[in-house]
Design a protein around this ligand. Structure first.
Ligand SMILES: C[S@@+](CC[C@H](N)C(=O)[O-])C[C@H]1O[C@@H](n2cnc3c(N)ncnc32)[C@H](O)[C@@H]1O
Length: 193
């Protein structure tokens, strides 16, 4: 077991025993709050990778759905039906605000962008598989849909593999401003310029 896996397992056990929320819950909810303050009409929010366990501590899907409610359209893309079932359990009372898209995020994003079900994205949280190439493909599929002032949050960009390709791209791009928070394995917030 790598140090990263050991440390995150230990933190999960601690959360199970003592409760508490992960640092990036605060960042995610703060960014959602900022997006809502812009008062965009029907903002579109995309998440890749929904809540997969009762002790994850981020509860990203629940955080987003409970804050956005019917003030926007929220899609979460998830490969595993069993994770969707867990997520639905955790999001009880808010599932009417969540569009669960089951299957591979890249191919589903492709189809929904191609058929224009999704034609703009005001907020995205990329947190699916720990594979830099996959996260990059998700982003590549949707980059052109972010209007000025929109927000992209990418989890695990420092110590895990998710940020391998997307992080240097965004940091060097003139179209985005970026900030990385050194909480857990790093979370990046990027704003479309
Ligand atoms: C780190 S977890 C997401 C955690 C969640 N965002 C939270 O904060 O609680 C990653 C999720 O991505 C899902 N996933 C893995 N590969 C995927 C793929 N190709 N397409 C969509 N989801 C995928 C996993 O099944 C898992 O549920």
């Amino acid at each position: 077991m790598t140090y990263f896996k050991f440390a995150s397992k230990l933190k999960r056990v601690q959360r199970k025993l003592f409760g508490g929320r992960r640092g990036h819950h605060v960042i995610l909810s703060g960014e959602i709050e900022r997006m809502l303050r812009l008062e965009i009409i029907n903002p579109v929010i995309v998440e890749t990778g929904c809540i997969r366990s009762l002790t994850e501590g981020t509860e990203s899907t629940l955080t987003i759905a409970s804050m956005v409610k019917d003030k926007g359209t929220f899609y979460t893309f998830e490969l595993e039906p069993r994770h969707i079932a867990i997520c639905k359990e955790l999001c009880a009372g808010y599932n009417q605000y969540i569009n669960y898209i089951e299957g591979d995020s890249v191919s589903n994003l492709h189809s929904m962008v191609n058929d224009q079900t999704i034609s703009t994205i005001d907020f995205a949280f990329l947190d699916s598989v720990n594979d830099g190439n996959h996260i990059w493909k998700e982003f590549e599929t949707i980059e052109h849909l972010f209007p000025k002032g929109s927000t992209l949050v990418v989890d695990d960009v420092l110590w895990a593999k998710k940020g391998e390709i997307i992080r240097p791209y965004l940091e060097q791009s003139g179209d985005w401003s970026t900030k990385i928070y050194n909480v857990e394995s790093g979370i990046m917030v990027a704003k479309r310029l």
